[in-house]
Design a protein around this ligand. Structure first.
Ligand SMILES: Cc1cc2nc3c(=O)[nH]c(=O)nc-3n(C[C@H](O)[C@H](O)[C@H](O)COP(=O)(O)O)c2cc1C
Length: 154
């Protein structure tokens, strides 16, 4: 069965909630889903990854949530080739942090692309100033993403 891995970066649980809410959409499209809320590089590299979804908030001033920093450091140090990886990215942020809005999601996107990974579609940026429940934006986006990128394997 095809596998989608969802990698979560969260401080307060919002991004993890998004991952759990979109899980059934991937299951309906024929995927087995693995959610990593304490991700390490090995989780990405050690088993074949048909598809990945990165879902991260931003903290501090454009900083990565603590649970994602280990994987991030490994990506920077090991610099693996990710040319086989197709991924999507959901960034949670708050536009009142004007200069660092969705800074972690944007930086992660740049890092992944620099390692050769191919992002499918545009990055989703969810602004807490506009969307109280991030799921309200994430669920329709994932539905559209699966359809437009023809990701269904059922
Ligand atoms: C202390 C703190 C710092 C934050 N810094 C930023 C930031 O620099 N840029 C941004 O876009 N959002 C920032 N945010 C907003 C969070 O990213 C946003 O509320 C997000 O939905 C939290 O998701 P989470 O529950 O998964 O951590 C910050 C929030 C807090 C509480």
């Amino acid at each position: 069965m095809a596998l989608v891995k969802i990698f979560v970066g969260t401080m307060y649980g919002g991004a993890l909630d998004v991952a759990e809410q979109v899980q059934p959409l991937f299951e309906q499209a024929g995927y087995e889903v693995a959610i990593f809320d304490q991700p390490a590089l090995a989780d990405l590299l050690e088993t074949p990854t048909d598809l990945a979804l990165f879902c991260t908030s931003t903290t501090g001033s454009g900083d990565f949530p603590g649970n994602l920093t280990g994987m991030l450091r490994e990506l920077q140090e090991v610099s693996p080739s990710l040319v086989e990886l197709r991924y999507g990215l959901i960034a949670l942020g708050d536009s009142s942090y004007v200069d660092s809005f969705c800074g972690a999601g944007r930086a992660l996107d740049e890092l992944l692309r620099g390692l050769g990974a191919v992002r499918l579609g545009e990055r989703l940026e969810i602004d807490a100033m506009e969307t109280v429940m991030a799921d309200d934006a994430a669920i329709p986006w994932v539905e559209t993403w699966i359809a437009e990128q023809q990701l269904g394997v059922a």
